[in-house]
Design a protein around this ligand. Sequence first.
Ligand code: NDP
Length: 431
Amino acid sequence: MTTDKNSQISKFYKRSLKERREILKSWMNDPAELDQTLDQGLTTAQADPMIENVIGIYSLPFGIATNFLINGKDYLIPMVIEEPSVVAAASNAAKLIRAGGGFTTRSDEPIMIGQIQILDVPDINKAIERIKTAEKQLMAMVDAIAGSIVKRGGGARGIETRVIPNTLNGDLLIVHLLYDTRDAMGANAINTAVEHIAPEIETLTSGRVNLKILSNLSDRRKAYAEGIVPAGELAQEKENLTGVQVVDSIVEASVFAECDPYRATTHNKGIMNGIDAVVMATGNDWRAIEAGAHAYAARHGHYTSLTQWRKTENGDLQGRIELPMAIGTVGGATRVHPTAQLAMKILGIDAARELSEVIAAVGLAQNLAAIRALATTGIQHGHMRMHARQLAIAAGASPEMIGRVVEAMIKANNIRLEYAKTLVAQGEQSG
Ligand code: NDP
């Protein structure tokens, strides 16, 4: 699929905030209220009923990552995050993968798992047999109370049983309800469904039901992304590194994360920098995505990386990511938060599966940017400039003064708050 829109926008980062908004408006099909939404965000009146004991609004920067070409379609990526460098890194890495033809993504059907814990079962084998026999009836019970999800083609997809050895108070019988939640993250539909069938499960098993709740290890609902970077794109002349050398260093870095949980944790944190930022921007539950991602990373009994990078037969770099992605385009805050709705308009996405694939692509890009920097110049080089900016702001530098203070800190190789304060004081005296 191709579109006439091109997300490769020259020097987007050099434009003023106002110019960036104008570019966005020309990109969007419906840019009405863009300025108002971005300036106002969530109002206190909108926030008050969202959680308890509200006293106000906590704001975060909202940026746009460029260059994303996914399955032949261009996207501008909304990202909400407080950490500097993340948006720039995602944009740069997306440009590299774009040079190799862009991201290729796919996703599973949006099937979530609802769990029912059953204890004190007199005969577990017999209970499992009875649940199996009643599977269709249980699924019909679930679909009978579902709302629009069934009309939209979703609903119950199966009932599975697991036995978990437990010496404390007897083996646990666990029922999994597999439920297609369509474009919803689905927590409410799943939780309602498992509570609804719990009494019938007690009758079938002659046991006692305790917990009834969705699992955030949504490993039936994964998103996958792949991309190739031509080796030539990775050459770094300043550092005297050929593209082939960088490919090899990135593959070595990948293997380190695949083998070592200490490294994998940081590797995956970098991936989640990008993923969480889009999940936040679209009003989705980032704790659910985080929990699912890390549990999936430990699925083989040892914690490992969510991505793998390898050299292709042509000597280019190929990366892939695979992780659970319980994301919604309806429900939760996605339909309540005005800025989240704007983010969805910028993406131009209605379907949850498409959003899940875009998010996986962002995670892969974020990872490429981090390990490329780590395997070549190190990340401090770029980071310290951003850090210096934050210190300059914290030291009270006016917007016109920030650039000068940053350059002075870098030149003196003294990137500390005290020094930033001294420079600001000097600047105020001279200016
Ligand atoms: P909602 O219940 O707000 O919205 C989902 C509902 O929207 C569906 O059940 C369906 O209701 C309706 N709907 C309308 N259009 C569609 C469509 N195209 N596809 C699917 N459903 C549609 O949200 P969720 O159930 O998704 O829950 C998400 C929230 O739950 C998040 O905010 C999360 O924080 C929270 N949560 C998370 C938990 C966890 O992760 N462990 C636990 C509990 C809550 P209908 O069929 O009635 O029309």
